[in-house]
Design a binder for this molecule. Structure first.
Ligand code: ADP
Ligand code: TYD
Length: 212
């Protein structure tokens, strides 16, 4: 995927297996950005628009357990194209930063690594769904699936219920993606404390001149 950034805002994405600590870090980064007077919005996938939230319900919470893998991939990317068109691109164009709790690498890791759909096809599908947008930086919060699973004790959604084997494949796929897209990916040790992880993320953003 090539960088097509004609936008003025920065696009920062967070990735990792379920329970890695993404949402915690995304919220902390939002606070830091706002304190620094950097106009920033937060989006999460799947979801983030009226249409995308409806798709999220089908994908995760309606207990429709017989969704086939291809439908899952198409619904994930369908939710993404609506979110990108309706929210992400217009905000970036206005100079507003966008932080995303998951973006298209989730499709490569879960539907590619997890469900074993052809990766090159998914990359093309992602390009279509994202209007060729590429994140400025992607933080992969890397953690052992056993550790992440301990943290997710509350009710699990359909994908989390698929079990640890899926999470192991997804984690390996993320690590492969981080080698393939080295310039964009930053691996963060998710076993560290919440405060240390936050500090590491801010340090990397400063290094890339995306935060001051
Ligand atoms: P995700 O969004 O990746 O599913 P969350 O941020 O919701 O993960 O975190 C899952 C749980 O783990 C929450 O209860 C959260 O407080 C806890 N948690 C997050 N980061 C850490 C960490 N670095 N160490 C210990 N617990 C954490
Ligand atoms: P969510 O509750 O947002 O989980 P988390 O807090 O762990 O991010 O649920 C999103 C689920 O959907 C999660 O299991 C990952 C999965 N997913 C995909 O399989 N493919 C995708 O493209 C996206 C965006 C998410």
């Amino acid at each position: 995927m090539t960088q097509t950034s004609t936008s003025k805002g920065n696009f920062i994405t967070f990735e990792g297996i379920d329970g890695c600590g993404k949402s915690t870090q995304v919220n902390m980064l939002m606070n830091a950005m706002n304190l620094g007077n950097k106009k920033t919005i937060l989006v999460r996938e799947p979801g983030g628009t009226a249409i995308s939230e409806e798709i999220r319900e089908i994908l995760l919470h309606r207990h429709l357990t017989d969704i086939c893998d291809r439908t899952e991939a198409l619904l994930m990317t369908g939710s993404r194209s609506q979110l990108t068109y309706e929210v992400i691109l217009p905000n970036l164009k206005k100079g507003i930063n966008v932080i995303a709790d998951r973006y298209y690498d989730s499709t490569l890791a879960y539907q590619g690594g997890g469900r074993k759909i052809n990766l090159d096809w998914l990359i093309e599908l992602n390009q279509f769904a994202s209007y060729d947008l590429v994140p400025n930086v992607t933080f992969l919060i890397d953690i052992l699936p056993e550790e992440a699973s301990k943290r997710k004790s509350q009710e699990k959604d359909r994908i989390e219920r698929a079990g640890i084997d899926l999470q192991v494949r997804v984690r390996n796929a993320y690590l492969d993606l981080s080698s393939r897209f080295q310039g964009r990916f930053v691996i963060i040790d998710g076993h560290d404390t919440i405060e240390n992880i936050h500090g590491n993320i801010l340090a990397e953003l400063r290094r890339r001149e995306l935060f001051s």
